[in-house]
Design a protein around this ligand. Structure first.
Ligand SMILES: [Zn+2]
Length: 283
């Protein structure tokens, strides 16, 4: 996908199957079931969606997927192949040289977004992309270490602490320009400090909405997932971002949509917004 002078690639680091009720929160299955087909354990397919931005000067990877993390039982529970695939291999499968990646952005530090940051060798986590500088939100990193009862289970310190300790990860305070035109912007709701990523070039904008809008179905503002810590704020933040995306014809991407790689957002009289797919997996 071309966005101004930037080239953007959807990098799919595999899919997993997660409880449909959790993904859609208070939305009844009679409604979400029209959009996603559940398996016999009520799980629906979700993507570990990463995106690569080539600006000409920088090669930036957003998110790093599951990598080699989670034990066999967890992998089976979410129908992920037993054999782990590291992010370098995933990139190579998409014809991207892993060595070319000089920047990695973690929208937030939940395991389903950044477990490919590091790979464990001889019991020790090392950077999976040795040439890259990593970026994450400081507030999110501090929150990860609070290990609250509600969401402590979402964090694995080996995904980021070794990078912070070795100086490879920069923790940013609020909105931050990672490279010319490429911004991390705080978008609270899913949690307090999750970042949306925008890339602007020659009057066009790409926007990775991360878990603010995890799939195309979540463009309806009241469709918030049960994982969101602040659902009312999620609705408010999402409405603001989607209005912007619709009015300015941004090219958007979702963190977990199993099919839609890129989409436009349009206003809709009934559901407020709807996603119009521009490109789906394999096309
Ligand atoms: Zn997520």
């Amino acid at each position: 996908m071309l966005v101004g002078d930037f080239e953007i690639l959807a990098i799919r680091a595999g899919t997993y199957w997660w409880d449909g009720g959790a993904v859609f929160g208070v939305v009844p299955k009679t409604l979400w079931g029209k959009k996603f087909q559940a398996d016999d354990l009520n799980r629906i397919e979700q993507g570990f969606n990463c995106y690569l931005i080539r600006t000409g000067e920088h090669t930036i990877l957003i998110e790093t997927g599951l990598g080699d993390k989670r034990d066999e039982r967890a992998r089976e529970r979410m129908r992920v192949p037993a054999q782990p695939v590291c992010i370098a291999e995933t990139l190579a499968r998409h014809s991207v040289d892993p060595e070319s990646v000089d920047t990695v952005i973690d929208s937030h530090l939940h395991w389903d977004h950044c477990s490919g940051n590091t790979i464990v060798r001889d019991g020790r986590p090392e950077p999976a992309l040795p040439r890259a500088r990593y970026f994450a939100s400081r507030g999110e990193w501090e929150h990860a270490h609070e290990r609250l009862i509600r969401d402590g289970v979402s964090y694995l310190d080996e995904n980021y602490d070794p990078l912070v300790e070795s100086g490879r990860m920069t923790l940013v305070d609020g909105d931050f320009e990672v490279a010319p035109g490429v911004w991390m912007r705080r978008a609270p709701g899913h949690n307090r400090d999750m970042m949306v990523v925008t890339a602007e070039s020659a009057g066009e904008t790409f926007c990775f909405l991360s878990d603010l809008v995890p799939t195309h179905a979540h463009t309806q503002p009241s469709w918030v997932s049960a994982f969101d810590l602040y659902p009312l704020q999620a609705i408010e933040t999402k409405t603001e971002w989607l209005a912007c995306a619709a009015d300015r014809r941004w090219i958007c991407a979702f963190a977990h949509d199993p099919l839609v790689d890129f989409a436009h957002i349009e206003h809709h009289p009934k559901t407020r917004f709807q996603a119009i797919a521009l490109s789906i997996v394999g096309s």
